[in-house]
Design a protein around this ligand. Structure first.
Ligand code: EPZ
Length: 420
C-alpha cells in the first residue's frame, strides 16, 4: 500500500501542471468500445483507474497501446460482453462499460458494482434508463444481465442528475434507433468532454453541460481522436493546498470555468486568484475567513469531490464553518483522521460537519479511507506542525498521477514510502 510522509509548516511557493481528468477518461475509454475502430486519446492520466480500464478493454478484446499519456485503443476485435468481476469490484465506475456494450451489441453481463466508503452507490437510474430503451434484465440479486434486440431511442427523465447514469444513457443512445432525449441530466464538465469525444467519432450528440441532452442514433461510428480535459478536482485539491499553507502557487493548463464553483468559495474566504494565460495563480497571504455554510451540489454547485479537501482547509481557519455533504451519505471518513491531528469537527447526522477552526493542526499517523479523503489528509499534513504520515496511499494513487512530484514542485515537503 505505501504511505506519504509530510513535513508541515511550509508555505507552498511554486507551480504545477494539471494532468488529464480521471472522471473524463473513464467514460471516454468506455465510449471507445462503441466505435469498433481505433481511438487515439491524448492527455490520458497514468492513474490506477486508467490501468484498470485498460484491463477491461483488453478483456473485452480490444488492442490497447499506452505510453503513460497517449492511449491508442482499437475496439474492432471486441468479442465479449461480460465485464471482468475483479475490475467491477475494484472500480465501481466500470459500470460505465454497460452502456457501450448494450449500445453496440445489445447485451451486457456484469456483477453488480460494489458500494464503497462513500455510500451504497446504487445504479437504479442507469438500469431504469436502459429498460426504457428496450433492455430486458434477468432478475438476479447479484448480476446485471441485460439483452435487447435493438436499443430504441426514447425520452428519459432522470429524477436525479446522476453523472454515471447520464453518461451510460448517452453511450447507449449513440447507435440506438431514433432519438434519445435525457432530461434532468447531470451538467458536469466531464459530460461535455464525453460529448466531445463522441462527436469526434461521428456521433450525433448535443446539449451536454445543460440538463437536456439529445442523442440522434447513427448507423456506425468512425476512428476518433480526442484530448482529455484537465482534471478540475486535482486542480481544486492543489488550490486548497495553496490556501491551507498561505502560499503563492501557479497551476498551468487549467480550465477556469470548470473550477469556478471552488474558486468562488476561496475568493469569499479572502484568497487572491487571477489568470495568467491558461494558468491560474493563487495567493493566500491574508488571514482567511470561515464559510458559514458550504453545501456540495451537482455541477455547477460546489463539487462533492472537493468536500474533504475544503473540510481540511476550513479546519485550520479560525471561526465556525459548516459543511453539508449532499451527494453521498457517508463521505466523512476523513473527519476522524483529521481529529487525530487536532481538528475540531462535529458530525451531525451523516452529512453536516460543524467545524471550529484551530490555529494549528499537529502532525499524526493517519490513514486514507478513500481517494479524496486521502488527499485531504495530505493537505492537513502540509499545514500541520511536525510530521504527518498518511497510510493507504493506493487510494490517492487512483486519482492523482504523482501527488508527491506535484506537491514538491509546488514547494511542499512530502515523500512516498513504499510498503513493498
Ligand atoms: C461520479 O460518480 C464521479 N466518478 C464521482 O467521483 C463524483 O463524486 C460523482 O460523479 C458526483 O459528481 C466518476 O466520474 C468515475 P452519481 P457517480 O451517479 O457517477 C446517487 C471521485 O472521487 N445515485 O452522480 O457514481 C448516488 O448514490 C469520484 O473522483 C442513485 O441514487 O455519481 C449518489 O448519492 C467519487 N442512483 C449520487 O446519486 C443511481 O442510479 C451521485 O451519484 C446513480 C446515482
Amino acid at each position: 500500500m505505501g504511505k506519504y510522509v509530510v513535513a508541515g509548516g511550509k508555505r507552498l511557493d511554486g507551480e504545477a501542471n494539471i494532468h488529464g481528468a480521471k472522471n473524463a477518461v473513464l467514460p471516454i475509454l468506455a465510449a471507445a468500445v462503441l466505435t469498433g475502430a481505433q481511438s487515439v486519446i491524448r492527455n490520458c492520466p497514468d492513474i490506477s483507474d486508467t490501468r484498470c480500464s485498460i484491463k477491461i478493454l483488453r478483456h473485452l478484446g480490444c488492442s490497447v497501446d499506452y505510453d503513460g499519456s497517449t492511449l491508442v485503443v482499437n475496439s474492432a476485435g471486441v468479442n465479449k460482453t461480460t465485464l471482468p468481476c475483479e475490475a467491477v469490484s475494484k472500480m465501481r465506475s466500470s459500470i460505465i462499460f454497460a452502456g457501450a456494450l448494450l449500445g453496440r451489441f445489445g447485451e451486457v453481463d456484469s456483477a453488480f458494482p460494489g458500494g464503497c466508503l462513500l455510500g451504497d452507490r446504487p445504479i437504479d437510474l442507469h438500469l431504469q434508463g436502459f429498460r426504457k430503451m428496450g433492455v430486458a434484465f434477468e432478475d438476479s440479486p447479484d448480476r446485471i444481465t441485460g439483452k435487447a434486440n435493438k436499443l430504441q431511442g426514447t425520452r428519459i427523465d432522470l429524477t436525479f442528475p446522476s453523472v454515471g447514469a447520464t453518461q451510460n444513457i448517452m453511450l447507449a443512445g449513440v447507435l440506438a434507433e431514433g432519438t434519445t432525449i435525457i432530461t434532468g441530466a447531470a451538467k458536469e464538465p466531464e459530460i461535455v468532454d464525453l460529448q466531445g469525444f463522441l462527436r469526434s467519432a461521428g456521433a450525433n450528440v448535443s446539449g451536454a453541460g445543460t440538463s437536456t441532452i439529445v442523442i440522434d442514433g447513427v448507423k456506425s461510428l468512425r476512428p476518433a481522436q480526442y484530448t482529455i480535459m484537465p482534471d478540475r478536482i486535482v486542480a481544486g485539491t492543489y488550490l486548497a493546498a495553496g490556501a491551507i499553507t498561505h502560499g503563492y502557487i501557479r497551476l498551468n493548463n487549467i480550465n477556469r470555468l470548470d473550477i469556478y464553483p471552488a474558486t468562488r468559495v476561496l475568493a469569499d474566504m479572502g484568497v487572491d486568484l487571477w489568470s495568467e494565460g491558461s494558468a491560474l495563480v493563487l495567493k493566500a497571504d491574508k488571514n482567511l475567513s470561515p464559510v458559514p455554510l458550504l453545501k456540495t451540489k451537482p455541477h455547477p454547485g460546489f463539487p462533492t469531490d472537493l468536500q474533504a479537501q475544503f473540510t481540511a482547509l476550513l479546519a485550520t481557519v479560525k471561526g465556525r464553518s459548516v459543511v453539508e455533504e449532499n451527494l453521498f451519505e457517508a463521505r466523512h471518513a476523513h473527519i476522524a483522521e483529521l481529529a487525530k491531528m487536532g481538528a475540531d469537527i462535529k458530525v451531525e447526522g451523516d452529512s453536516r460537519f460543524i467545524i471550529n477552526g484551530v490555529s494549528r493542526l499537529h502532525g499524526a499517523e493517519v490513514a486514507a479511507k478513500d481517494l479524496r479523503g486521502g488527499a485531504a489528509l495530505i493537505l492537513a499534513g502540509l499545514s500541520a506542525e511536525g510530521i504527518t504520515t498518511v497510510g493507504n496511499a493506493c487510494y490517492v494513487q487512483r486519482g492523482y498521477v504523482d501527488i508527491v512530484a506535484d506537491i514538491q514542485s509546488l514547494g511542499g515537503d512530502i515523500k512516498f514510502i513504499s510498503s513493498e
